[in-house]
Design a binder for this molecule. Structure first.
Ligand code: CTP
Length: 401
């Protein structure tokens, strides 16, 4: 999955012949899973039509503060657009626009939005070779870089003038790769490896029956997604679940029983920086598993259970550099029980959810958590979606790392 998936990309197109290539750039962004909105300068419309770009981006294309074709139309709000964007990409960026950006000029909608944008700004220059080399253009580049804007250097090749040299806008796929690489290199969990356990475990009674629980696996899967989005390599040891996840940074190790989950977790633990045990592991399993299907004979039937291995506690015993995080699902004496688990299992912090809180627990899309640190300090969070809860947990984790 691309780091651009789910991101809001604002694309600013200025008046250079390379503008026609932005049709491909928009396709690349959309294919990467991004949401795209486009601003065109009036001059850029000579090179590519707004209709093509609005069709490809699935959004209206804006180019002025008002839409002259529609007398009822509202003022186009450059501030809102600037805030909407996760990244602003100006491609092609002409010498004229770059010099205006560098000097704070805001005489068109694109420039006003540039001045309002708080997000990272990328610019891909496109111009003739002598313009590209000109001292004034170079001064624009360095001023913009000093603002924190990121330049996607132009390539060399045949230019619209017929001359050959530097100044050709980077190809759309190069722009995509450049931005993806740049974002990935800045992710806070890059170079970190995280083990996450998720879902229930099934403990066999006979070949067709098992003891299980209602865990959906959602919390663990949301954690895995959020960690990968922050750049981590994730090993997701997952019990049986309907959840699906496809992300090149996440390796799913499917397991069924607590014993399988124990073995898989120990196989990876030594190589990870963090382990988060979010699975609802069975505490007991049938002592003997019948080889054949058990027949219905007696009025009552007793299964003798024995304890499973506590995966989290076993990791707590051997942990070295790893940061270890557990969950506690409680119905009563919540804080006391969770603090007990935190100490007993040698954790760095524990995430408590109480079944007394409406909206928290198994199978729900929401959760309400309290994080308890090793020094027993508490942070309580409001009821949120499990996706947001995952972000809160990882934000806390980043503080600890
Ligand atoms: N856990 C585990 N292996 C087990 C049991 C629990 O790794 N065999 C982990 C869970 O993934 C969770 C934490 O331990 O992170 C606490 O699980 P929980 O079921 O709340 O606690 P238990 O230790 O099983 O205690 P109890 O069921 O008595 O509350």
């Amino acid at each position: 999955m691309s780091v651009l998936s789910g991101k809001n990309i604002l694309l600013g197109i200025t008046g250079g012949i390379a503008a026609y290539k932005t049709t491909y750039l928009v396709r690349h962004f959309i294919k990467a899973g991004a949401h795209v909105k486009i601003i065109m300068t009036p001059a850029s419309k000579d090179f590519v039509t707004p209709l093509t770009l609005s069709t490809l981006s699935k959004n209206p294309v804006l180019s002025s503060f008002t839409n002259e074709d529609d007398e009822n139309d509202m003022w186009n709000n450059h501030v809102d657009l600037g805030l909407w964007a996760d990244i602003f990409v100006i491609a092609p960026a002409t010498a004229n626009t770059l010099s205006k950006m560098a000097s704070g000029n805001s005489d068109n909608f694109l420039l006003a939005t540039y001045l309002s944008a708080k997000c990272p700004v990328y610019f891909a220059p496109a111009m003739d070779l002598d313009m590209y080399k000109h001292t004034s253009t170079k001064a624009s580049f360095s001023t913009l870089k000093s603002f924190g804007n990121i330049m996607i250097p132009a390539g060399s090749g045949e230019l619209a003038s017929g001359l050959i040299g530097e100044g050709r806008m980077a190809e759309p796929e190069e722009i995509l790769a450049f931005i993806e690489k740049d974002i990935a290199s800045k992710l806070p969990l890059r170079n970190k490896k995280i083990l996450i356990t998720a879902g229930p475990t099934y403990e066999a009674i006979d070949p067709v029956r098992f003891i299980g629980n209602h865990s959906s696996g959602k919390m663990g899967y949301e954690l895995a997604k959020a960690a990968a989005n922050l750049g981590a390599e994730v090993i997701l040891v997952s019990g049986p679940t309907k959840e699906v996840l496809s992300n090149s940074l996440v390796t799913i190790i499917p397991v069924v029983s607590a014993e399988d989950m124990y073995t898989a977790s120990h196989n990876y633990f030594a190589s990870v920086d963090v382990a988060i045990c979010a699975a609802a592991v069975a505490d007991y399993k049938p002592k003997n598993v019948a080889e054949q299907k058990i027949k219905k004979k007696t009025e009552t039937f007793t299964i003798t259970l024995e304890k499973t291995k506590d995966i989290l506690a076993s990791l707590g015993e051997i942990k070295k550099q790893q940061l270890l995080v557990g969950f506690a699902l409680e119905t009563n004496n919540e804080l006391e029980n969770a603090k007990g688990k935190l100490k007993r299992k040698n954790l760095d912090f524990i995430v408590l959810n109480s079944l007394q809180d409406k909206g928290a627990g198994f199978g729900k899309t929401t959760n309400k958590i309290t994080i308890i640190d090793a020094d027993e300090s508490l942070i309580s969070f409001a009821l949120k979606s499990k996706k947001e809860v995952a972000t809160d947990i990882l934000t806390h984790l980043l503080d600890k790392l």
